[in-house]
Design a protein around this ligand. Structure first.
Ligand code: ZN
Length: 383
């Protein structure tokens, strides 16, 4: 434990570690200014974080008059984050460093109809193999993006019956049991949205609508820099918005005439160009309604169907035609920039945002790593 007592969950060490990570490279003087802690406390905390390997003294920073101060750098290689995506059409696993950079990843040969538990098992084995092969730093956390609605606070798929075999699956429990690290779970499309904001087409965006066109059709809605998850984790489930009024075919969700029935990846496998563009138009019309409610600054469209000819352009043209003009006047519209890896990058962002939030840091920073502290950490509210 540190020599100076702090309130639980808000140790000066946690504030200093969070700041060093956020700033990348900094100085003790800047940490004093930004943290509100005294110079003496900052010195003591930086010394402790250096002992733990989280902060490195790295040359000299620019002088602001007088002697140049020592630069402090966050060591992103001190630990690893396992990242997993169990999505509409693929299962992927990878490793990221503590800055969220994807170090390795693979798409796994698994049949999704075998069910999400089997897919998670295969993905967990892949994370273990990648971490063992990486050597050095151990796993500190796992981030998971799951298809369908997710109860992020409890780390499981939501109980609502949109995807019957996927409802109510405990994702966090088995992974925490296997790796003894904190585990963070969110909807796959939310994870891709976070990935596009971190390193893709939406860097720096705080009001984003990310739309994923895969077997399912989902939207990741980010408002004021925060994911909008909804009461049951089902916000953004565009797949089951009704778009066919004349003689609507019944849908497995219990409704009829749903967007996924005419624009889902399974329907469009082998479909002709006209059918694909009709699907893109219906998607654009559905998005016009979402834009009216959420007023994004940027719409990003990704997923396998988005890579087919003219799909992104057709969605944009339809959206601009049907949306309230004021809502689309300054709207930016882009294809996704991280095909195949956005969900993994975002799963890392999700895990790291929580691991390095001040309340969670307060649970583990004095131990030097979050390994073994998952029980305490999971009781903290989501970042
Ligand atoms: Zn439906």
């Amino acid at each position: 434990m540190s020599a100076v007592a702090d309130p639980p969950g808000d140790t000066g060490a946690a504030r200093v570690a969070a700041l060093v990570r956020e700033l990348g490279v900094t100085t003790r003087t800047e940490l004093v200014e930004r943290s509100g802690l005294t110079r003496r406390v900052v010195d003591q905390r930086v010394g402790r974080l250096a002992e733990l390997g989280l902060v490195i003294e790295d040359g000299l920073a620019e002088s602001r008059g007088g002697r140049a101060p020592r630069a402090l750098r966050f060591d992103a290689s001190a630990g690893l984050v396992g990242v997993v995506e169990v999505g509409g059409s693929a299962v992927r696993a990878g490793l990221a460093d503590l800055a969220g950079t994807l170090l390795a990843h693979r798409t796994l040969p698994i049949d999704l109809p075998a069910g999400p538990e089997a897919a998670l098992d295969v993905a967990a084995a892949a994370v273990a193999a990648l971490a063992a092969g990486h050597g050095g730093a151990g796993l500190w956390a796992i981030g998971v993006g799951m298809g369908g609605p997710v109860d992020a606070a409890r780390g499981r798929t939501s109980a609502i019956p949109l995807l019957p075999r996927w409802a109510g699956i405990d994702v966090r429990g088995p992974l925490t049991g296997r790796f003894d690290v904190p585990v963070y779970v969110d909807n796959e499309v939310n994870a891709i949205a976070l990935g596009e904001i971190a390193a893709g087409a939406a860097v720096g965006d705080t009001d984003l609508l990310y739309v994923n066109l895969d077997h399912g059709i989902g939207a990741g809605v980010v408002i004021d820099g925060r994911l909008c998850r909804g009461a049951a984790g089902a916000a953004g489930e565009l797949a089951h918005v009704r778009v066919v009024d004349a003689d609507p075919p019944p849908c497995w969700c219990g409704g009829a005439g749903c967007l996924v029935q005419v624009a889902g990846g399974a329907v469009l496998d082998g479909a002709d160009v006209d059918a694909v563009l009709r699907a893109a138009e219906l998607t654009g019309r559905a998005l016009a309604n979402v834009v009216a409610i959420t007023n994004p600054a940027h719409v990003v469209v990704g997923g396998p169907t988005a890579r087919r000819d003219h799909v992104v352009e057709t969605i944009e043209a339809t959206l601009r035609r049907y949306a309230m003009p004021a809502a689309v006047r300054d709207l930016r519209f882009s294809p996704a920039a991280l095909p195949g890896t956005g969900g993994l990058v975002g799963a890392g962002v999700l895990a790291l945002a929580n691991l390095f939030s001040v309340p969670v840091l307060g649970q583990w920073v004095d131990d030097g790593s979050p390994r073994g502290a998952a029980g305490r950490i999971h009781r903290q509210p989501l970042a």
